[in-house]
Write a protein that binds this ligand. Structure first.
Ligand code: SER
Length: 338
């Protein structure tokens, strides 16, 4: 008998850290796949750690032979800034890796006879507003508006949402006995995420977490976007809750395969003010990188997440004030002993 388990790709990343802790607390059997060995604290939580790429079919075949996977969290990706320097590598990992995982999930479902729930973090980067004036006029953006991303990462995320919908609803639709429905694909478009315990690398929303962590460590920080820059954000515990909650909703309640999520939309200047009050040694300056600014200016100031609230009861715990007062500042102070 193969052991029933959850597969988490990109487990070493920011979302992976929080997710593994939560799944382990629920006593789930966890299999991880990441290009880097897991940090020791994470490795202790998992049943099997596989080191390698999500594009390696051989590795996935070995996981299939040994484990009955009924839930996949496919987190592995190159983020938006990094992907602009290596677009074909980003496409390989972000798109071909996702296709390989979807096919793996389909084969798992075929072999154990139950749908495999496939959770996919998409992104605010799936949107692309043409200029700042349009962004400022757009208000709350719904899932099907402005789907014209300017980044390789955004294109990858938007396309993979479609690939997931294809696997869930239309897979091999011309076959005599179409096998659709073995992959139960569910995706959330995360806003920028801010964790108190890890820092992102290679993203464009990174200015917010970088500013907070630098201030807590007493290091100077030159923010690469203007103070009036506004995009939505969410505290990491809410992001983990959203993934766990969406994974367990009965399928018939879901009217979409991709849902907007958000919690608060501060400007970079407002983040700077809160951080400077909490960490008086903060030395934040503004050194705008026009090219990264253009990427952020193509992402909405806010998104309409009413579909997620209606269909599966999405309700973030942390608004802007609570995220900082109750989660980020106390946890970061504790972490850096300040
Ligand atoms: N935080 C991500 C990035 O900036 C967006 O999903 O790339």
């Amino acid at each position: 008998m193969r052991a029933t388990s959850v597969l988490v790709t990109g487990a070493n990343g920011e979302i992976g850290h929080g997710l593994l802790a939560r799944l382990a607390a629920e006593e789930r059997s966890i299999v991880t796949l990441d290009v880097l060995p897991l940090e020791p604290a994470l490795a202790r939580l998992v049943r099997r750690e596989v080191t390698g790429s999500v594009t390696d079919r051989g590795l996935l075949e070995r996981i299939l032979a040994e484990f009955e996977i009924d839930l996949v969290f496919h987190l592995a990706a190159l983020l938006s800034t990094r992907a602009e320097f290596t677009p074909t590598t980003a496409h390989h990992v972000n798109v071909e890796g996702t296709l390989t995982l979807l096919e793996f999930a389909h084969l798992e479902g075929q072999s154990h006879g139950r749908p495999v729930v496939f959770l996919y973090p998409s992104s605010i980067a799936a949107y692309g507003l043409p200029d700042l004036a349009t962004k400022m006029r757009a208000g709350l953006v719904r899932e099907d508006e402005w789907n014209t991303p300017t980044t390789m990462y955004g294109c990858n995320k938007l396309y993979c949402e479609q690939l997931g919908r294809y696997y869930a609803r239309h897979y091999k639709q011309l076959a005599a006995d179409p096998p659709a429905g073995r992959v139960d694909f569910r995706s959330v478009r995360f806003p920028g995420l801010i964790s108190a315990v890890t820092q992102p690398s290679g993203g464009t929303s990174d200015y917010a977490p970088e500013m907070i962590h630098a201030a807590a460590k007493g290091k100077p920080y030159a923010c690469f976007v203007r103070p009036d820059t506004r995009i939505p954000f969410m505290a990491m515990p809410d992001a983990i809750d959203a993934l766990i909650d969406l994974a367990s909703v009965p399928r018939e309640r879901l009217t979409r395969t991709a849902y907007n999520l958000t919690a608060f939309s501060p400007t970079a200047g407002q983040i700077c003010d809160v951080v400077s009050r909490a960490f008086p040694r903060a030395a934040i300056t503004w050194h705008v990188d026009e090219k990264r600014q253009r990427i952020i200016d193509s992402w909405p100031t806010d998104v309409d997440d009413s579909a997620a609230r209606r269909d599966w009861g999405f309700q973030p715990r942390y608004d802007f004030a609570h995220a900082f007062d109750e989660y980020l500042i106390p946890t970061i102070k504790d972490r850096y002993q300040v």
